[in-house]
Design a protein around this ligand. Sequence first.
Ligand SMILES: Cc1cc2nc3c(=O)[nH]c(=O)nc-3n(C[C@H](O)[C@H](O)[C@H](O)COP(=O)(O)OP(=O)(O)OC[C@H]3O[C@@H](n4cnc5c(N)ncnc54)[C@H](O)[C@@H]3O)c2cc1C
Length: 610
Amino acid sequence: MRDTLDFLLYDWLRVEALLERPRFADHSRETFDSVLDTCERIAREKFAPFNRLADIEEPRFDGERVILPASTHAAAQAYVESGMLAAAQDHDHGGMQLPCVVEMAANAFFSKAGIGLGGGLLTSGNANLLMAHGTPMQKAVFANNEFAGRWFGTMCLSEPQAGSSLSDIATRATPDGADSDCDPLGPRYRLRGNKMWISNGEHELTENIVHLVLAKIPGPDGKLVPGTKGISLFIVPKKLVDTDGRLTGERNDVALAGLNHKLGYRGIPNTLLNFGEGRFPVRGAAGAIGYRVGAPGDGLRCMFHMMNEARIAIGLGAVALGYAGYEASLQYARDRAQGRPVGPAGKDAAKPPVRIIEHADVKRMLLAQKAYVEGGLALALYCARLVDEQHTGASDADEQATLLLEVLTPIVKSWPSEWCLEANSLAIQVHGGYGYTRDFAVEQYWRDNRLNMIHEGTHGIQAQDLLGRKVVMAGGAGLKLLGARMQATIELALRREGLAPHAQALAAAWQAVDAATRTAWASADPADALMNAMPYMRAFGHVVIAWIWLELGLAGGDAGSARGGTDNAGAGRLQALRYFYAYELPQAAAWLAVVNARDPVCRDMRDEWF
Ligand SMILES: Cc1cc2nc3c(=O)[nH]c(=O)nc-3n(C[C@H](O)[C@H](O)[C@H](O)COP(=O)(O)OP(=O)(O)OC[C@H]3O[C@@H](n4cnc5c(N)ncnc54)[C@H](O)[C@@H]3O)c2cc1C
C-alpha cells in the first residue's frame, strides 16, 4: 500500500504544493514521509499482530468493567504516543498542523492492520467537533485532554428506536437547577435516555470517557419539539471533572446496559448506554450531568459539521480493509499451486500444477480487487485533499472544494463500503475453501468491512442524500462542477494514446448520469425520483471511479507502454484502468436504465405480496 500512497500523494495529488501555504510552512516532504513511516511501523508492530486476537477475545463485561485484551490497551497507547490524535490541530493545541490528506493517508495504515483496535478516530472526531463549536473552556478541558489521549471520546446519536431517523430521538435534557446557566463548563443539564450502538462507550483504556450526546430540550409544556430542530448537543463525561480537567471523584449517571456482540470490528466495545436512570446518582439525584455545546436546537448542525471528514474516514477504512484482503489474496495466489494451463500445454497431468495466479479467472479476481481498492483509495485521498482546499485554499478554490465535497461525500462513504467489501469477498474466493475458514485472515476482513454500509448513514440513506439533495442543491451546481472537472480530465486523456477510448467512454457515461438525474426528477416528486436512488448511486459511483482511474492513468505518464513494461507499478495501474473500463463501467448503463425507465417495481411492491 505504501508505494500506492506515495504515488497518489506526491505524483497525482501534488501534496508538496501545500507546503507553500502558511499553515503547512514548517513541513516538508521529509516530515510527511516521517509521519507515514512512523504510522506504518506502529501499525505493523502494535496492531497487525493482534488483529486476530482482538477478534477472538471479544470485549467482555464483568458487571463492573469492560475487559479488553492487553494488546488492545498497548495498541491504543501506541496510537496516542504517535501524536495522531491531534495531527491536524494547531501547534498551540499540541498538534502537528498536518494536512488532512496526509493525516488520512497515515491513518489508513492503522485501519488496514487492525480496524477494530483502538478508537482513535472517534476521539479525534469528537475533539475536532469541540474545537469547532465548543467554548474556550470546553476546548481546554475536554478537547485538549482528548488530543493528549488522556481521555477518549464517543459520538452518541443513535437510540434503540431512532437510527436513520434522528429526528425521533427521545433523550431529554432539562436545565440542572437555578444556577445551570452559570457553570464554567457550559450550560448544565440533566440528561435522561438510552443510546444504542455507542462505539467505545465503556472501557478502561483511558481514565475518563467524553460522550458527545444528542438530546432534546423540552419546551415550556414539557413536550419534546418534533423533528431535528429540537436537537441539542451535550458533553457528558463518564466521570465529572473540574475546570482544570481534574477528576472530581464523582461518577456521572451514565451506566452500561450491555454490550452488543458484533459480526466484526470486535476490538471496539459497542454499547447500550443508559443516561440518567439513577444507577450513579449525582449530588443525590438521578440524571446524567451534561454541558451544552452550541445553541439550543443546533445540535445536529454541530454534529454534522464533522460529517464530511467522518464519512471520508469511513470510506478510507473500507478501502484499507479491502487492501488488506487484496494483499493477502495476492500472496496466496502466488503461493498456491492448483490446476494446469488451458489448452495443449495443460494436458500432461504428469507436469506439476501451476500457481493459481496464472489462471485468467484468478487474475480477474485480483484485478477487480486492485481496481476497487486503489480506485477507492485515490477517491478518498482526493476528497481529503478537498478538505485541505476548504481550510487553506484561496477563496474560489475553497468554494469549489465545498461544492465538490457535497456531491462526492455520499460516494466516498458508500462506494468503498460496497465495492471494497466485494473485494474482500473476492479475496475469500481466491483462497477457495481455505478462505472460508478462520485459519486465514480474509474472512475477518470481510466481517469487519460489512459494517461500513451500515453506520454513519446506511447505504440507502446515502443514495437518498445523493439523488434527493446533493445533485440538485444550488441548482445542480455541485453536479455541474464535477462534470467540468471530468471534462478537463477527458480533454487531456483524449490527447494521450491508449487513454483516448477511455476518455470517450467516460464522456458518454457522465452524459448518461446527467440525463438520468433529470429523468429521475422529471415529475419533481421526490417519491418518484428516489424510488430508484440505489441504482442511481451505483452508476454515479462507478462513473466517478472511472474518472479517478483516468486521472491516475494521466498521472502515471506513459508507464508500462512506452517503457516496455519495466515500470511494473505503472503497468499494473494501466491494466487496472483497462479492467475498470472493460468490466465495470459498462454496468453503469444497466443501472441507469432502471432510473431512466422510472421503473416503479420496488415502490409498487406490496407488503402482503411478499
Ligand atoms: C458496529 C456499530 C457501531 C456503531 N457506532 C455508533 C456510534 O458510535 N454512535 C452512534 O450514534 N451510532 C452508532 N451506530 C449506529 C448506526 O449509525 C446505525 O445502526 C445506523 O444509523 C442505522 O440505524 P438503525 O440500526 O437503527 O437502522 P434503521 O434506521 O432502522 O434502518 C434499517 C434499514 O432500513 C433502511 N431505512 C431506514 N430508514 C429509511 C428511509 N427513510 N428510507 C429508506 N430506507 C430506510 C436503512 O437503510 C436500513 O437498511 C453503530 C452501529 C453499528 C452496527
